[in-house]
Structure formats: structure tokens, C-alpha cells
Design a binder for this molecule. Structure first.
Ligand code: 5GP
Length: 126
């Protein structure tokens, strides 16, 4: 059983299908480097996913293999989405799950952007 975040890129993953337009999404932003859309199961009043256009399974893969232009373009897109959504003044949180311990479900690198309320502690106590 492959671990999400490791191994080769799977072109049938749900975000690859969203990027190809095969599955609809509630898009909030798109440029050369990134696509941003609302999470289907929001965990906060604003819960947006920002994904790179390139084929990267995880943040580890993106950090190791993406070009400088892809990394800069993606990070700037995350900042722009947060600004456009009016989240800078009240504040927001970004999060990327990588692999098994983080519970990564979709094997295409993505950043969660949460906002719209006070977000509480960074991690649930277990
Ligand atoms: P992960 O656990 O991999 O960090 O997060 C995957 C996220 O993708 C989850 O928050 C889940 O709700 C979201 N998601 C899964 N399938 C879809 C989909 O088809 N459309 C959208 N918009 N979000 C999805």
C-alpha cells in the first residue's frame, strides 16, 4: 500500500483531476504556478487549498524537486490568496500534511489555508 506523500506521482489523484478540469472545484485563484479552491469539507469558515500546477506528491517532493520559479510562484500565490480573501488583518493559518504521521490523504502537494475565526491551539492534544 503506497504511503501518500512518498513514491511516484499518481496522475489519477483527485487534485490532478481537478487541475485537468475533470472534476469541478470552487476556484478562488489561479495563475501560472498555482490553483486555489475551497476544501470540500471545510474545517474553518474559510478553508482553501492551494496546490502547485506541477506534479509533486508532497511538500518533501516539492522542496526537493521543484524549480526556484515554481517555489517562488507557489509561495507568492499562497500569500496573494490569503490577502485577497481578507485574511491578513485578522490572521490565518497555513498547514501542509506530509505522509503517514500527518495523515496526508491526497498525494498532490497542497497547502491548507484556514481563517475566519480564532483557530485555537496549533495541534490537538493527544
Ligand atoms: P490532506 O489530508 O491530504 O492534507 O487534505 C486533503 C484535503 O482535500 C481534505 O481537507 C479534503 O476535505 C480535501 N478534498 C478531498 N477531496 C476533495 C475534492 O474532491 N474537492 C475538494 N475541493 N477538496 C477535496
Amino acid at each position: 500500500m503506497p504511503v501518500p506523500g512518498l513514491g511516484p506521482y499518481d496522475d489519477s489523484n483527485i487534485f490532478a483531476r481537478i487541475l485537468r478540469g475533470e472534476i469541478p472545484c470552487k476556484r478562488v485563484y489561479e495563475d501560472l504556478w498555482a490553483l486555489a479552491f475551497h476544501d470540500i469539507n471545510p474545517q474553518a469558515p474559510t478553508h482553501v487549498l492551494v496546490i502547485p500546477k506541477g506534479r509533486y506528491v508532497s511538500v518533501a517532493d516539492f522542496a526537493a524537486s521543484a524549480s526556484d520559479a515554481e517555489i517562488a510562484g507557489f509561495v507568492r500565490a499562497v500569500g496573494k490568496v490569503a490577502q485577497d480573501l481578507g485574511l491578513e488583518a485578522p490572521g490565518y493559518r497555513i498547514l501542509a500534511n506530509m505522509g503517514d504521521h500527518a495523515g496526508q490523504e491526497v498525494p498532490h502537494f497542497h497547502v491548507h489555508l484556514f481563517g475566519g475565526r480564532s483557530l485555537g491551539p496549533m495541534l490537538a492534544r493527544s
